[in-house]
Design a binder for this molecule. Structure first.
Ligand SMILES: [Zn+2]
Length: 323
């Protein structure tokens, strides 16, 4: 399968008038908690593009990172992303820059600024996880995309096969080695999340790394050669010793720490005694939907999965939502 994609140039988008369909940006526009990205919502606000406009006169959005944190302007109610013609106007000269496309009709750039640069008055840095709870879903998703591109670019300056410095491609998001032609693309690592139910009970597990009292659904990375169904069967067997059936898709969420795509499912319990593996999982048990333990924060799809399934069970409905 080829990785080549149809690439629209920003100028073509402008000519097509797409930008004109986006509403103007206002300070408090669309601010809401971020349960997890809503794909329909994201598509309506963001047009992904690779080739930057040759000349740009109007202000752009800057997804600017210093070290591991994103730079924000302290707004009246909540932090906002810098929106200006050029960050250099504010004394910040990017070390690397990636054009992201159009958000609400404005050009967007992911940039890394020098670690020692001083921020203008009223600007500050914020952890990505903190930002996720403060801005609307598309901006949160774009911030995660920006961070992943910066990290990938930084880690692939040299060819992993022959050591030659790589060069960015103009026609797609990739870096190619001029000596051996090896091409690298920003990686995405799929991981599954599975919430197992048995009648009115749901199975939650405690990882050793969790804060005290917190439980969540089971999760694990997809291994080479596996289908998602294989991963679900392996992870539930390995982590807690149970078998599952009637696997149903729930939803997905990009998670830029470092570059995962979490794909969430529900499943029915099909057999086996709960037996935590003692390595990754230190405790696992059935919970009544009326008496849930401490759960992950609301920005993660795990919380949306557990909240949704628990609400369905409390209402006497099918945990997969279709009965
Ligand atoms: Zn090479």
């Amino acid at each position: 399968m080829t990785r080549s994609r149809a690439v629209l140039r920003a100028a073509e988008i402008d000519r097509a008038g797409v930008a004109a369909h986006f509403p103007p940006v206002t300070d408090s526009d669309n601010l809401q908690p971020m349960p997890s990205p809503d794909p329909d919502h994201a598509v309506s606000l963001y047009v992904p593009l690779v080739a930057a406009p040759a000349a740009r006169k109007e202000p752009a959005f800057w997804f600017a990172f210093q070290r591991t944190e994103i730079i924000v302007v302290n707004g009246a109610a909540s932090p906002e992303l810098p929106c200006c013609r050029d960050l250099a106007e504010h004394g910040l000269v990017p070390e690397q820059s990636h054009y992201l496309g159009l958000y609400r009709g404005r050009h967007c750039y992911a940039v890394a600024v020098p670690e020692t640069g001083t921020l203008p008055a009223g600007w500050s840095r914020l952890g990505l996880r903190d930002l996720f709870g403060m801005v609307e879903t598309t901006l949160a998703a774009l911030s995660g995309r920006a961070w992943q591109l910066i990290e990938w670019d930084r880690d692939h300056r040299y060819c992993g096969r022959c050591g030659t410095p790589t060069v960015p491609r103009a026609d797609e998001r990739a870096r190619t080695c001029p000596a051996c032609r090896m091409t690298s693309y920003p990686p995405v690592s799929p991981a599954i999340m599975i919430l197992v139910t048995d009648g009115r009970r749901l199975l939650l597990a405690r990882k050793k790394a969790f804060p005290a009292g917190r439980f969540s659904a089971l999760a694990g990375f997809v291994e080479p050669g596996e289908t998602l169904e294989d991963t679900i069967a392996r992870e539930t067997r390995e982590e807690v010793g149970v078998e599952v059936k009637n696997v149903r898709y729930f939803g997905s969420q990009p998670w830029p720490f470092p570059h995962s795509l979490m794909i969430a499912f529900t499943a029915d319990y099909a057999g086996g005694e709960i037996r935590p593996d003692g390595v990754e999982i230190e405790e696992a048990r059935w919970f009544d939907p009326e008496r849930l333990p401490g759960l992950p924060g609301s920005i993660s799809i795990s919380r949306r999965l557990i909240d949704t399934v628990a609400a369905r069970l409390r209402a006497g409905r099918n945990p997969a939502g279709d009965g």
